[in-house]
Structure formats: structure tokens, C-alpha cells
Design a protein around this ligand. Structure first.
Ligand code: ADP
Length: 432
């Protein structure tokens, strides 16, 4: 054990001893004299300790710091230094907290800290505006009890936060709010809700523009096509002019297809699935009809096209939308394959009650790097090839939209030189 006494302590101890010896010399009672002096010395030390304790209990007030010499005084100085350092630290933390509070107060997005049981621990003022969560009263409440939306309840229960969730604010028919959940520790998650009204407004303007422009162009284009078609029936036309007229007609028909696809896409985007007419669609009949239409189309070049219907289950949905899906997928199989390669269409029910429609071709295939993009608007693997076959680059985009509106899943797998397999799975609730 290291004993480090201060010089003042040694001085006081030596003085006490000398005083005891002197008293002993005068009185002749050595033990009593030394004992009495030591007793007073210990009493003095205890009173110093009592002052320090009192000062500590009162909260280490700087102005009331006891002026004590020796080791006890050193302890007081050390405590004062620690207190000053912790005061500085607390001030810095307070400033940081104030800045954080000001920033979260100014945020237009709702922010909540929730625990593992989804109970609110903290929320900012925007959470009150967007979700009606009171920053004081709702602490400790499960967030699902305050924001009563089945979509959120399901999202929290599934606990898969890779994709954000779009949901509606109270009184809105659009999904104008977007929720992101960011787990940042074992115990806590950040519940972050952004208002999407402005983006949706812009989207609406964009969609309205595309729809109006397409509508406006459709009528003059129909007139142009009519003139060009009547011109092509003129026998007396010189070959050079005929070539030009045929080219103009081709391009006009291509433009017409593009406008039709654009209008179909805007219609899908602007009407809610709940607004479209639904019925129990006899898929066997629809598939047979669509197969016949494809076989009669100009780009069909005789591929063996087989249709196998293993179930008679009907699909609840919009017949026109479903027909456009089948038409687009089978058309693609025909457009991107050689004449002798087989194309197989299968409609069947799976063991879990869901149904699957698949179209398999043995054509050129699609490289893996293109697959994540081919359902994007205007995405074409080979622009020239798509143009030659009359493609618009909107077909699979329409397909994806319609499948989603029917609560289904679209999966496309493909290999260069082997072929493409497109499958669409519809949940049991969608089947009848
Ligand atoms: P497009 O009108 O150009 O066919 P789609 O949206 O239907 O547009 O398809 C997007 C792109 O995906 C096509 O341009 C084509 O390159 C590719 N694609 C689609 N289906 C097939 C298929 N069955 N085989 C090969 N490529 C395909």
C-alpha cells in the first residue's frame, strides 16, 4: 500500500506529538497527555470530514467550497476539478440536445423512436401533425394503437423493412405518406414518415400531360393513317413514291401503337384497382381467344404455340386488363423467337390454392443485367430489334401494373440463347 501524506499533515501530526510530549513533561502523566492530544487531533480530522460531507451533500457549491489544508483539502480540490469537467460536459450535451431538438422540431417529416414492442419512446411535433401522435401523452403506447392502419400493422408484424411502405393519411384516398423503419440498435427503431403530397401532385400533372398529349395526337394521326392507307391502294403510284408512302404508314402505325400503350398505361395509373370493373374471368376461354389473336397477328411466324390449361379456376379481375397482359407476354414470346421454336402457355393451380400463368419460349433470351429493368417504361434490350417488331417498350410495364392491381406477382427469368420464362402468380383470394 502506498502511503502518501501531505507535508501539512505530517507537520500537524508532529506538532500534536510534540504537544503531547510537552504536556507529559510538565504533568508527568505521559500516556494521558499523549492520548489527550491525539484525541483532539482525531476530533479535528473528523470535523474536517464532516465539513466535506456536508459540502458534498449540498451539491458541491463552488462558492461554499471549504478551505481545508492538508490531504482533505486536496480531496476537495480534486472534487472541484471533477465537478468543473462534468459541468462543461453537461453544458456541451445540453447544447447538442437543444440543437437536436430544434432540428427535429423544424423537420417536416414525422420521426418517432419506437422500442422492440413498437411502443413510442419519443416523437417530434410533425408526428402530431401527420399521424396525430402526442409527444407527451402517447409515450409508451404501441404505435399501431394510435395510427390505426392495417397496412402499418401488417408491415410492423412482417418486420421486413427493406422496402418503404406507402399508406394514406387520414381522409386521403391516395397513398400520400411513406414510412421507413430504420433499426439503429437492438432495442430501438426509428419510425420515419415522409409526406408525399407534393410529389404526388407533380406525378398527377405529369400523367395528365401524357394523357392529354396522347389524346390530342390520336385524332390527327387516325386521319393521317386513313389518307396513307387510301394512297397505298393507288395502283398508278410510281415505285419511289410508294416506298415513301409505305414507310410513312409503317411509322404512323408505330406511333399509333405507342399512343395506345401510353393511354393504356395512364389509364392504369389514374384509376384505382377498386374502381375498375371486375368479374370472375374464365381464363381458359380468354387464353384460347388471345392465342388465336396472336396467331392471326402480322408478326406471328408459325412458332408451335401450345396452350395447356390444367385448371378451370376463374380469376377475379378486369377482363380487358388481363387480356392485355396475356397478349403482351405471348406477343413478346412470338416477337423475340425464331419460327420453329416452341412456345408453351400453361394455366394451373398450385398446391396452396394460388394460380399460375406461365409463358415459356425458346428464343434469343435476355441477358441477366437487363432483367431488373425490363418492366421499366421504354426499356428495350435491343432498340432496333424492338422497333422492327413494332415494340413500344411499354408492354411489360403495362403487364407489371396489371399484375400488381390483381395482387399477383410477376417473375421473369431468362438465359441468352436458351429462352425466356415469364410466370404470373395470383393469390388464392383472387381465384374462384
Ligand atoms: P417491347 O414493346 O419493346 O417488346 P416490352 O416492355 O414488352 O417492350 O419488353 C421490353 C424488352 O424486353 C423488349 O424490348 C425486349 O428486348 C425484351 N423482351 C421482352 N420479352 C422478351 C422475350 N420473350 N424474349 C426476349 N426478349 C424479350
Amino acid at each position: 500500500m502506498r502511503l502518501s501524506l501531505s507535508w501539512a499533515d505530517i507537520q500537524y501530526a508532529v506538532l500534536a506529538l510534540l504537544a503531547g510530549l510537552l504536556l507529559g513533561l510538565i504533568s508527568g502523566y505521559w500516556a494521558l497527555s499523549i492520548g489527550a492530544v491525539l484525541f483532539f487531533h482525531i476530533l479535528r480530522l473528523l470535523s474536517k470530514l464532516a465539513r466535506i460531507r456536508e459540502w458534498l451533500v449540498e451539491g458541491v457549491i463552488a462558492e461554499a467550497t471549504p478551505n481545508i489544508p492538508g490531504s482533505a483539502g486536496d480531496i476537495v480540490k480534486a472534487v472541484v476539478a471533477v465537478k468543473r469537467a462534468s459541468d462543461r460536459q453537461r453544458k456541451r450535451l445540453e447544447e447538442l440536445l437543444n440543437r437536436f431538438d430544434a432540428a427535429t422540431d423544424a423537420m417536416p417529416d414525422a420521426m418517432l423512436i419506437i422500442d422492440r414492442q413498437h411502443r413510442v419512446e419519443w416523437s417530434n411535433p410533425a408526428a402530431k401533425l401527420l399521424l396525430g401522435i402526442d409527444p407527451l401523452q402517447d409515450v409508451g403506447q404501441p404505435v399501431g394503437n394510435i395510427v390505426r392502419d392495417p397496412l402499418i400493422a401488417h408491415y410492423l408484424q412482417a418486420a421486413d423493412y427493406t422496402e418503404p411502405l406507402e399508406f394514406s393519411s387520414p381522409g386521403s384516398v391516395e397513398r400520400d405518406l411513406m414510412l421507413k423503419i430504420i433499426p439503429y440498435s437492438q432495442q430501438r427503431h426509428l419510425f420515419y414518415v415522409q409526406d408525399h403530397k407534393d410529389i404526388l401532385r407533380l406525378e398527377r400533372v405529369r400523367k395528365a400531360f401524357v394523357t392529354n398529349a396522347s389524346h390530342e395526337m390520336r385524332t390527327p394521326l387516325t386521319v393521317i393513317i386513313g389518307y396513307l392507307e387510301s394512297l397505298t391502294s393507288e395502283d398508278s403510284m410510281p415505285a419511289r413514291v410508294r416506298h415513301g408512302v409505305d414507310g410513312a404508314l409503317d411509322q404512323s402505325l408505330r406511333l399509333k401503337n405507342l399512343l395506345e400503350d401510353l393511354l393504356a398505361l395512364s389509364k392504369l395509373e389514374s384509376t384505382l384497382s377498386s374502381q375498375s370493373v371486375v368479374e370472375a374471368v374464365d381464363m381458359v376461354v380468354l387464353l384460347e381467344e388471345t392465342k388465336a389473336l396472336v396467331e392471326a397477328s402480322p408478326h406471328y411466324c408459325g412458332q408451335p404455340l401450345t396452350l395447356r390449361c390444367e385448371t378451370e379456376v376463374k380469376l377475379v379481375g378486369n377482363i380487358t386488363e388481363l387480356q392485355s397482359v396475356i397478349r403482351n407476354v405471348v406477343d413478346n414470346a412470338v416477337k423475340y423467337t425464331e419460327s420453329e421454336t416452341a412456345i408453351n402457355i400453361v394455366w394451373k393451380q398450385l398446391s396452396d390454392g394460388s394460380t399460375k400463368l406461365s409463358v415459356q419460349d425458346h428464343g434469343e433470351g435476355i441477358a441477366a443485367r437487363h432483367l431488373p429493368h425490363i418492366t421499366e417504361r421504354f426499356y428495350r434490350v435491343d432498340k432496333g430489334r424492338s422497333r422492327d417488331t413494332g415494340g413500344t417498350g411499354l408492354g411489360l410495364s403495362i403487364v407489371k401494373h396489371v399484375i400488381e392491381r390483381h395482387s399477383g406477382k410477376l417473375q421473369i427469368s431468362s438465359e441468352i440463347g436458351v429462352g425466356t420464362y415469364v410466370e404470373m402468380i395470383f393469390p388464392q383470394e383472387q381465384c374462384e
